[in-house]
Design a protein around this ligand. Structure first.
Ligand code: DOR
Ligand code: ZN
Length: 349
């Protein structure tokens, strides 16, 4: 019996496309299957103003494969100097879909992020007033806090106090990696608070990174936690709870930059994400919930229509994805889930 699954075309609510040669190499990998994506602004230099975002959007549109209708949803990188009037104008013009908060020093290219939250209060109040979501990288950067605890500490010491101070602010806790993050988001009113979950965090735990030799291609931020946390992420993703939606955080770095004495954080999952997700949902008897997670809950949170098109997957012999793609800057390794991927996307092929 042939097993097929047709879903509304999915979106990626957290994606790194980079710029230049890397942008041209990785964009087709996402545009092949996804209708839209929230584009992360952590370029060098970051996408800080509406003008920066307009120019970046033009570069993304120019890099689309012929005939692609992929829509980039642009974000601004919140700094202590962000002008509330610029954010308002960007949102009202329809160009800006969200603002991204990186605590300074938390991850790749986050040096211009926020140190003193008092300095961004006016921007956040404006966002609350106009309903513009804040996408949050939820980790504290205090060197005294263990890296495996940084998400849980962030919730208690930064996220919850911030949301209490600005109650109308709509927040997405991005790339949740802990049971603590899941529980926090679940307990908030739907529509006020959402959470994205990546493909790789549904598959790996910290053993994948550290057991049997260090595996730099599994290193990302927030770092994968112990298996019980991974299992809490799976339970949330397959639950049908509309708080949770797909944000792959597909984050390409060249192999030279990953396989290094100081390797960059990021898993590149754009190429095989749908096959990986179908495998995870299938294993848990939850294929009927995949459409909610990948295609419906995100648009509902962002107040956007569900995509008109569909994608169809078929289960069969394992799919042979390329182990790496060429980027012009050097090869980029495609995420290896560590198990065969039997679901292939047959339409669009
Ligand atoms: O693993 C990650 N890679 N986490 C992030 O937060 C940033 C991203 C990147 O830009 O490489
Ligand atoms: Zn990211």
């Amino acid at each position: 019996m042939i097993q097929r699954l047709t879903l509304r075309q999915p979106d990626d609510w957290h994606l790194h496309l980079r710029d230049g040669a890397m942008l041209r190499a990785v964009l087709p990998e996402t545009a092949r299957h996804f209708g839209r994506a929230i584009i992360m602004p952590n370029l060098v230099p970051p996408v800080v103003t509406t003008g920066d975002a307009a120019a970046y959007r033009d570069r993304i549109l120019a890099a689309r494969p012929d005939g692609s209708t992929f829509t980039p949803l642009m974000t601004l990188y919140l700094t202590e100097d962000t002008d509330p009037a610029d954010v308002r104008a960007g949102a009202e013009s329809g160009l800006i879909t969200a603002v991204k908060l990186y605590p300074a020093g938390a991850t790749t290219n986050s040096a211009s992020g926020v140190r003193d939250f008092d300095k961004v209060t006016a921007v956040l109040e404006t966002m609350a007033e106009i309903g513009l979501p804040l996408c949050v990288h939820g980790e504290v950067t205090d060197p005294a806090v263990d890296i495996f605890d940084r998400e849980a500490v962030f919730i208690d010491t930064v996220l919850d106090p911030l949301r209490r101070r600005i109650p109308g602010l709509r927040v997405v806790m991005e790339h949740i990696t802990t049971a603590d993050g899941i529980a926090y988001v679940q307990a908030q009113p739907n529509g006020q608070m959402g959470g994205t979950i990546t493909t790789h965090h549904l598959i790996i735990d910290r053993n994948h990174i550290l057991v049997g030799g260090i595996k730099p291609h599994y290193y990302c931020l927030p770092v994968a936690k112990r298996a019980t946390h991974r299992d809490a992420l799976i339970a949330a993703a397959i639950s049908g709870d509309p708080h949770f939606f797909l944000g792959t955080d597909s984050a390409p770095h060249t192999d030279a930059n990953k396989e290094s004495a100081c390797g960059c954080a990021g898993c590149f999952t754009a190429t095989n994400t749908l096959s990986c997700l179908a495998e995870v949902f299938d294993r848990h008897g939850a294929l009927d919930r995949l459409e909610g997670f990948a295609s419906r809950h995100g648009p509902a949170f962002y107040g956007l229509p569900v995509n008109a098109g569909t994608v169809t997957l078929e289960k069969g012999d394992p799919v042979a994805y390329p182990p790496r793609i060429d980027s012009g800057d050097g090869p980029v390794t495609v995420f290896d889930p560590g198990f065969p991927l039997r679901w292939r996307v047959i339409d669009p092929a």
